[in-house]
Design a protein. Structure first.
Lengths: 114, 112
């Protein structure tokens, strides 16, 4: 089955610096790759996603890149701010007989120091 | 529009007790999911329901049962709770034509 590995598990950056989180996946049939942000005591919230027919997508300070050949995708946050501190999860989609499912990475704790 | 709601927010059970976690969504989504979140392990799928009347096992279904009561509601039942089921449980929903899943606020369950 699909396996998603996420690195690093924790990341500390200075306010204003960039942060990069990387994920690899195993199922070449996966075609949708979302990133979720989870703040303390809350459920995960989608921040950006990318489909397999696109190599890069940007939304203000956040960007995601996808390399289908190498089966890896990355989240880039520029000009980090204290409110970016949270747990970030990557995921990859898999299709099954009963519908689409997501397989999640283990998560990255991002701390932005001011 | 409340989105995805879960009850209760917190629960403490003794080993062997049973309980049902409730989830409801008001977005007219067809698919619903139950995940558990444990430190260092991300979100793992317990069960999901692609549409009303259908359910299927996810990655970690043992010890759980689900009921898709109607299009809005998807409940998760622990028949005989075990300490290994101590976790934070999240419900999510998705519109069929979209990949995006919307998550509820979670239920923190402790089994002693």
């Amino acid at each position: 089955g699909e396996n998603v590995e996420q690195h690093p598990s924790t990341l500390s950056v200075q306010e204003g610096d960039s942060a990069v989180i990387k994920c690899t996946y195993s199922d070449s049939a996966s075609n949708y790759f979302p990133w979720y942000k989870q703040e303390l005591g809350k459920g995960p919230q989608l921040i950006i996603d990318i489909r397999s027919n696109v190599g890069e997508k940007k939304d203000q300070r956040i960007a995601v890149t996808l390399n289908k050949t190498a089966k890896h995708f990355s989240l880039h946050i520029t000009e980090t701010q204290p409110e970016d501190s949270a747990v970030y999860f990557c995921a990859a989609s898999i299709r099954s007989e009963y519908g689409n499912k997501l397989v999640f990475g283990a998560g990255t704790i991002l701390r932005v120091k001011s | 529009n409340a989105g995805v709601t879960q009850t209760p927010k917190f629960q403490v059970l003794k080993t062997g007790q049973s309980m049902t976690l409730q989830c409801a969504q008001d977005m007219n989504h067809n698919s619903m999911y139950w995940y558990r979140q444990d430190p260092g392990m991300g979100l793992r799928l317990i069960y999901y329901s692609a549409s009303e009347g259908t359910t299927d096992k996810g990655e970690v279904p043992n010890g759980y049962n689900v009921s898709r009561l109607n299009k809005r509601e998807f409940s998760l039942r622990l028949e005989s709770a075990a300490p290994s089921q101590t976790s934070v449980y999240f419900c999510a929903s998705r519109l069929t034509l979209s990949y995006e899943q919307y998550f509820g606020p979670g239920t923190r369950l402790t089994v002693t």
